[in-house]
Design a protein around this ligand. Structure first.
Ligand code: NDP
Length: 338
């Protein structure tokens, strides 16, 4: 079958594209430039089973119309494109508007041009489940039924609030579209916490990695006497997130569900411990912090449960140890070839 994916050159999307190709699908992906499309085509090396269309700005009016009008017979659409960065001085313009308009544009384009699409998978986020403030409140608990109810005014105040707001507004809009427009397609959302793991292709290991992996990358750039911020949150491997997108397409039991993708909580201290334990070539070169105190760090986070998601998907998610080891092993392998 044919799958259409927005933001195909993104960190998570490249894993999704690769997995769908490996499972026999043909994929049409939108990218922002010819360079990004060609790079992905070269890395995949599957000829016409991967094609790309240029959509330079998802929030431009009717952004997806041309690309979708061109490709008949698409059965599934995955919407992953959305801004994910925090260095913005205009968070409403950079983060909130593209997330909202991008989702609106893609759903309207399907309605206009591709009534044959059966399922739409929205790559949402845990940011649609809780606000960045509530996530850090140990008195609260969250699961697949929870919503970040931040208002628009609160969301546009700073980049973190804006990213969390953007993802919740965009996902809400998708479910509301279903109610209001009664389209022929079904919706499944995938709501991952911090997504880490190796890049789909070694050529993607760049000086600066995607926002979430840069957190791990920044730790191996430190010297032995440097300090680091205690960052903490949920973790999940990108390969599990890609598999969830495939399951959403193939398993009808997932229709209408929100797949809350988390395998527990991490802190940067836990990552530093894993690095010092597993990499002889980093020991003595990076800080040790306060070994073994990571479990204390995460006590201040809200309680979460994704039992429903784990039961629906039915496989064991990748552990933090393996995530950190695989991510850094790939970075070191690429750097050693330079
Ligand atoms: P990336 O930044 O690697 O991927 C985002 C993709 O969207 C890129 O291809 C990017 O293109 C494209 N994009 C962003 N803004 C626009 C725009 N205005 N117009 C056109 N294209 C745009 O991030 P991830 O792979 O990590 O994120 C993918 C999705 O997963 C996003 O929806 C994100 O919110 C979600 N997510 C990610 C998490 C994580 O920890 N990584 C956690 C939870 C959810 P380009 O790179 O060319 O700018």
């Amino acid at each position: 079958s044919k799958v259409f994916i927005t933001g195909a050159s993104g960190f998570i999307a490249q894993h999704i594209v690769k997995l769908f190709i490996d499972n026999g699908y043909s994929v049409i992906g939108t990218v922002r430039s010819i360079e990004k499309g060609e790079a992905l085509k070269t890395n995949l090396n599957v000829g016409d089973r991967f094609q790309y269309e240029i959509v330079a700005e998802i929030s431009s009016p009717d952004a997806f119309d041309e690309a979708l009008a061109k490709h008949s017979g698409v059965k599934y659409l995955l919407h992953t494109a959305s801004p994910f960065f925090y260095d913005s001085t205009d968070p409403e313009h950079d983060l909130v508007i593209p997330a909202i308009n991008g989702t609106k544009n893609v759903l309207n384009a399907i309605k206009k041009f591709r009534p044959e699409i059966e399922k739409v998978i929205i790559t949402s986020s845990d940011a649609a489940i809780y606000s960045s403030v509530d996530e850090q409140n140990p008195a609260l608990s969250f699961d697949e039924t929870s919503w970040n109810n931040i208002t628009y005014e609160e969301a546009i105040k700073d980049p973190i609030a804006a990213y969390y707001g953007a993802k919740s507004f965009a996902e809400k809009l998708a479910w509301k579209f279903l109610e209001d427009e009664k389209p022929s397609f079904k919706i499944i959302s995938v709501n991952p916490v911090y997504v880490f793991g190796p890049q789909a292709f070694e050529s993607e290991v760049k000086e600066k990695l995607n926002t979430s992996n840069e957190l791990i990358h920044s730790l191996i750039k430190l010297g032995p006497n440097d300090t680091f911020d205690v960052d903490k949150g949920g973790f999940i491997d990108v390969r599990d997130v890609a598999k969830a997108h495939l399951a959403a397409v193939e398993n009808d039991n997932l229709i209408g569900k929100r797949l809350y993708m988390t395998n527990g909580h991490f802190s940067t201290q836990m990552m530093v411990d894993i690095l010092n334990k597993n990499f002889d070539n980093l020991r003595g070169k990076i800080p040790v912090g306060k070994p073994g105190t990571g479990s204390e760090d995460i006590k201040t986070l809200a309680k979460v449960s994704n039992r429903t998601t784990k039961k629906l998907l039915g496989w064991e998610f990748i552990t933090l140890d393996k995530i950190v080891v695989d991510t850094v092993t790939q970075i070191q392998k690429v750097r050693s070839k330079l």
